[in-house]
Structures are given as structure tokens and as C-alpha cells.
Design a protein. Sequence first.
Length: 207
Amino acid sequence: METGNRLGDVEITDPKAMRALAHPVRLAILERLQRHGPATATHLAPHVGATPSVTSWHLRHLASFGLVRDAEPGPDRRQRRWEAVARGFRFETPADPDPGDPDDEEATSAARVLAREMFLRSGDLPDRWAAEVEPTLEPEWRRLAGLANTRVVVSADELAAIEDEIERVLAPYVTRDEAARPADARSVRLLRYVLPEGAEEQTGKAS
């Protein structure tokens, strides 16, 4: 099943771009720009764990792959401001990789490296949220927060359909203008892990 890009993410298909993004500072830069909007290297530096000069170098590297770009100048026109090209990004391994094709092998390897770095970056988010944020939430927000761990037995096409339907529901909220948000809206991070089990684990399928 072919799924659409309902959220308007930038689609990364170049293995070199995947490997470029598979770096903790670059991921931090892109996430910061996507979440908080345009910024200079100097402003980003303390939030991404690098000096302004190193941050500037990483920004130029991201720009070379079309992941960030120049933003409108700020009050100090001498400082270069950057912005993310989209609210999010997505990438995937080749749908039917040829084991003998070096290009397919490189794309598969690069996607795995980027996915691994993203897993590492997100791994401690729930623990930090539980320790630092959850205790401060109002009851109505605390009630809606939490973890869902659901196991389903589906085909690859059905899983693609589930993912597409989730994005269909999310898209109006992700893409709407800031002016259209309710006055009491706040940022909510939805972590969505999709973890198919290995073939050897299918002998005792649960309902």
C-alpha cells in the first residue's frame, strides 16, 4: 500500500543525507528549529551541546542536504538566521532491496544508522517526562497522558494502512496555522514506535 505524506514532512531518500542527519548535534539542531522556529547558531548552541562555530558548521551541512535554509533576518541583520524546511522529516529503507545492489545496500545501512540514532535520542524522553513534567501537570492533562502498549497481528499492508490512518487523524492538528489553535492548546509529544516482531517470534501468536 502506498501511503501519503499527510503531515508535510520533508522526505529524505539520499543515503548521504540520512548519514549526515544521524548525528546527535544535527538531530538536536533540526528538532530545535522545528519546535521553536528560526534561530541563529549562537542562539542554538547552548541547546544542542556545541559551540556557535561548530553549530554553524552543522547548520551549513544540514543546508547542503536541503534540511534547513536561511530564514528572514531578525533585528540584528548581521546574524544569519536558520529555519527548518518542514515541521518534520521521514525516511525509509528501500521497499524491495536488491542484496546485490550497492545503492540499495547503502540506503538500507544509512536508514538503519539514522533510525538507531533517533531511538537513542528518544529513549530517555519518557523517563525525563515522568520525573520532570508529569508532576507539574494539571489533572486534566495528567489524565490524558501516559503509555499505550498494544500488540496487533497484521500484514505489512494492514500496518501501512494503520499508519496512514493515524496520520490522517493527526494531519489537521499538525498542519493548522498557529492562529487556528485554541487558546488553551499546548505542545504534546506523541511518541509512536512501530516495532514488527521477527519471523521466529510468530510461532505462538497471541490473540
